[in-house]
Design a protein around this ligand. Structure first.
Ligand SMILES: [Zn+2]
Length: 551
């Protein structure tokens, strides 16, 4: 193993690696940035390219590429080694156990209880032990669900998957399973002596009923949790995920990454779709570099994971309004990271990429090949193609809108490219487009939380609805209250309560700030439900969960 450790080190540039996590500036022989391991305003985090090490003079963290990744990604050495091996294209030979971990999710050859048959539940167990126990419970559950799918009980579920065009091989590759109406895991958990506490920490796979089960794996093949899709259309919600656990973090989960990683390395492109079925169907049709964010809000963490593999991203979201909106959000975030972004244009009357994949694999490859640059996609969605001539009024309105998007472009070359492109396409000067961008850019003067604060000040109804958040913001921004309110009014010409509400939600989502009021009322409802059912255990569980969330 020692050789591989060194080989990976030789092939990985620490400046480039760390540069994917945080901006670094060259200062003399070193590179400098804000430390990711402690909170600071002036950079004391140094990376030395010559010696291939990092050191923070603020908190004292230091080390090489492995230590950085272990700390940053919360991995043990072996996991960090595998991640960096994959990134640098070095094959790990010495541990044959790991070589078979690529083909299915979870790897079908792995025996779940080989090291720890009785799930000892020692309170002093280390975090990593809890983690590996969670993996084992999830792996065992995934296998049982998969087996059930091919039993009499799973008949209707299997029929559904086949009707969506999936083959047995694909179902096996993704270890898709079925959780029936009657509980099937409890006997198994009892026989293995698994405690309620540990099940709770796992997110309890027994909570899924009458759902098609998609195991969610990390790149190493560990089963982190599940997405369950309702079998009939009446059951709500249609998709149900494992709740947040120590290993299942929605903001970081990308479905299908494990099955996609080799293809991503070959093509240097990641296709991002919306749902599990899109990924599974496309994979079956031969497009394997495809992943999905599993219907949850896309976050910066997702992008950071994608950036470990490539900075070329192709968006293949659903054709509906929600899909278009989601695409715009990802475009904005990806531009901030200076990624290259294209968007797949779906044929008329097709609702998602999974549909194309099943019906016509050749067409799927063609539309991915023909994906257009993000700005062309926006232009096409805004211009009425049936119109033969674009008059001056159209140009003014249209370019004003486009300038809003150009504001997102961080890379100066890309920005200049698009300004030049628009100038030629619409027969206007580059200066005039620049002027439009500048007139829009005053909107960025306010930080996003200041915008939230200003909006809450303007609309008292929203203020009382978000009282906790408001109090928190008021502590920080009260002294600039009038200026902020004025700026918000200036920047949002047609501001009303509905728009403000929407904007606040978007900002909170982007900033990953939990809307405490929403969480509390949601929990209040669930707790009173459990009380009505006399389910004391559930009440206790919910209280605990709520407590954790709001502390
Ligand atoms: Zn530090």
């Amino acid at each position: 193993m020692g050789d591989e450790v060194e080989e990976i080190k030789l092939k990985t540039d620490i400046v480039e690696l760390i540069g994917q996590y945080l901006p670094l500036k060259k200062t003399g022989a070193n590179w400098k940035g804000l430390c990711p391991f402690h909170s600071e305003k002036t950079p004391s985090f140094m990376v030395n390219a010559e010696r291939q090490i990092f050191r923070c003079f603020g908190c004292g963290e230091s080390g090489d590429i492995y230590e950085f990744i272990m700390k940053m990604e919360n991995l043990n050495f072996r996991e960090a080694l595998e991640m960096l091996a994959q990134r640098s294209g070095v094959a790990l030979r010495s541990h044959s156990k790991y070589e078979t971990r690529n083909s299915t999710c979870p790897p079908s050859g792995r025996r779940e209880f080989e090291t720890n048959p009785n799930f000892p539940n020692d309170q002093n167990n280390q975090f990593s032990n809890t983690k590996s126990q969670i993996y084992k419970i999830n792996l065992a559950s995934a296998k049982i669900f998969h087996k059930i799918l091919y039993s009499k009980t799973g008949e209707s579920a299997l029929k559904y998957l086949k009707s969506r065009g999936l083959t047995d091989e694909t179902i096996k590759t993704f270890q898709i399973g079925f959780a029936p109406q009657k509980p099937i895991l409890s006997n198994y958990f009892v026989s293995k002596n698994i405690s309620q506490d540990l099940l709770y920490k796992t997110g309890n796979p027994q909570k899924f009923f009458n759902r098609i089960m998609f195991p969610i794996c990390d790149v190493l093949g560990n089963v982190l949790g599940f997405t369950g899709r309702a079998l009939d259309n009446e059951t709500q919600p249609k998709y149900y995920n494992t709740p947040e656990t120590e290993v299942f973090k929605k903001s970081r989960i990308l479905y299908g990454l494990m099955q996609a990683k080799n293809a991503i390395r070959e093509t240097k492109i990641i296709i991002l779709a919306e749902g599990q079925m899109d990924v599974v169907s496309a994979h079956q049709s031969g497009v394997k570099n495809i992943i999905a964010s599993s219907g949850t809000a896309f976050t910066d963490d997702h992008l950071r994971i994608i950036l470990r593999y490539t900075d070329n991203i192709v968006l293949a979201f659903d054709a509906d309004e929600a899909g278009k909106k989601a695409a715009l959000t990802v475009i904005q975030m990806a531009l901030e990271k200076e990624m290259n972004i294209k968007v797949v244009v779906l044929p008329e009357n097709v609702k998602d990429i999974g549909e194309v994949a099943v019906a016509n694999p050749t067409l799927l490859k063609n539309i991915i090949q023909d994906a257009v640059y993000w700005l062309d996609w926006i232009i096409n969605s805004k211009i009425d193609n049936g119109k033969s001539k674009i008059d001056i009024a159209d140009k003014k309105l249209f370019l004003k809108q486009i300038a809003l998007y150009l504001k997102w472009v961080k890379n100066p070359i890309e920005k200049s490219h698009w300004i030049n492109y628009l100038s030629q396409k619409f027969g206007v000067s580059q200066e005039s487009i620049n002027a439009l961008i500048d007139s829009n850019s005053k909107q960025t003067k306010l930080a996003s939380l200041e915008i939230v604060y200003g909006m809450l000040e303007i609309f008292p109804a929203l203020k009382s609805q978000h009282s906790l958040l408001y109090n928190r913001l008021n502590d920080s921004y009260n002294s600039q209250r009038d200026m902020i309110v004025m700026e918000v009014k200036n920047n949002y010409a047609d501001l009303n309560e509905e728009i403000a509400q929407k904007e606040i939600e978007d900002i909170l989502k982007r900033r990953k700030i939990d809307d405490l009021e929403k969480i509390k009322s949601d929990f209040a409802r669930r707790i009173s439900e459990a009380e009505q059912n006399n389910d004391r255990e559930k009440v206790k569980e919910l209280m605990l969960e709520l407590h954790k969330k709001i502390i």
